[in-house]
Design a protein around this ligand. Structure first.
Ligand SMILES: NC(=O)c1ccc[n+]([C@@H]2O[C@H](COP(=O)([O-])OP(=O)(O)OC[C@H]3O[C@@H](n4cnc5c(N)ncnc54)[C@H](OP(=O)(O)O)[C@@H]3O)[C@@H](O)[C@H]2O)c1
Length: 282
């Protein structure tokens, strides 16, 4: 029997579980089993993307789980190759067919690709797709304040969430403050630094974890929650999946939050993916 995950309310009135499941590399038959393991533990917010080549896998796991569709918050993303308004609408329809659902509960523009300069068009497509029920909550990913300002000014619609790289080595303080002013929820991607940085072995985090008889991963999830972020945690391992949800029975002190805040570095991005420069088309 799983415990229900507390919920966070978005600026469009909808509610999301306070922790989401990342799905990069959860693919094929193994991926279906890994997803079913997570569903059994109570994960309901599932973050996928065309780029992860697993929308079919996620759809298969949903169907096999026997869990009512309405319990899930299925979130996908618009690839950079489809920012033009009508292409975006067709892409969302195609993704819905791939995953085997009539609608996405949440849908994001994956990257702004500012050099291409079509993200306002893409945002208008999400607004339209929301109007005719193809997607529900609309948000963005990897948007900087200048991109957010532009879409809000040109459409009058503020995204509900902005999913950004965020971990103790890159804590995005300024962008979080901007989000708070606009009522945008910060979703944290790669909260554990993927397999690429060693944040799970950081001495400060391990010392705090020991103090609470928790693991480094649990401290990082808890730190996100206390900052008001919604962490998207990825694990294919049942024990890790379980561990990453067991974060609602302890609290980090202000001093511990301050210690973690000091770990951030200006060049702390995992792969130097600065959205002002970095582009992604899938
Ligand atoms: N919007 C974007 O541009 C963007 C970019 C990147 C990621 N994302 C989203 O964010 C999600 C999470 O980011 P990510 O996949 O890059 O990586 P991540 O969640 O930072 O890290 C995943 C790694 O942490 C390990 N792990 C998880 N829980 C653990 C635990 N309790 N103890 C020890 N190790 C643990 C996993 O191994 P095990 O599987 O063995 O547990 C895996 O190797 C993605 O899957 C994706 O949905 C979005």
């Amino acid at each position: 029997m799983h415990k229900k995950i507390p919920k966070v309310t978005l600026n469009d009135g909808s509610k999301l579980p306070a922790v989401g499941l990342g799905t990069i590399s959860l693919k094929g038959a193994t991926g279906v089993n890994e997803l079913l393991s997570a569903f059994n533990l109570g994960y309901r917010l599932i973050d996928t993307s065309t780029n992860y080549e697993n929308e079919g896998t996620v759809g298969e796991a949903i169907r096999r789980s026997g869990i009512p569709r309405e319990e899930f918050i299925i979130s996908s993303k618009l690839p950079g190759s489809h920012h033009a308004h009508d292409e975006a609408i067709l892409m969302i329809q195609e993704q819905a067919y791939r995953i085997g659902l009539d609608y996405f509960d949440k849908y994001l523009i994956h990257w702004p690709n500012p050099k291409v300069g079509m993200y306002v068009d893409a945002w208008k497509a999400l607004i339209d797709a929301q109007k005719f029920g193809l997607i529900r909550t609309i948000g963005v990913s990897n948007f900087l304040p200048e991109h957010l300002d532009r879409i809000i000014e040109e459409t009058g619609v503020t995204p509900a969430t902005n999913q950004i790289e965020l971990h103790p080595y890159f804590n995005q303080e300024e962008l979080r403050e901007y989000h708070a002013k606009k009522g945008i929820i910060t979703e944290s991607w790669s909260p554990f630094g993927r397999e690429k940085n060693d944040v799970l072995e950081d001495e400060t985090i391990l010392a705090i974890a020991k103090q609470h008889k928790k693991t480094a991963a649990q401290v990082i999830v808890r730190w996100n929650i206390q900052l008001g972020n919604l962490p998207i945690v990825r694990s294919g391992n049942h024990e890790h999946q379980k561990e990453n949800l067991a974060v609602f029975d302890f609290e980090l002190s202000q001093d511990e939050m301050n210690q973690i805040a000091k770990l951030t570095k200006p060049d702390g991005r995992i792969e130097d993916q600065d959205p002002a420069e970095y582009e992604e088309f899938v």
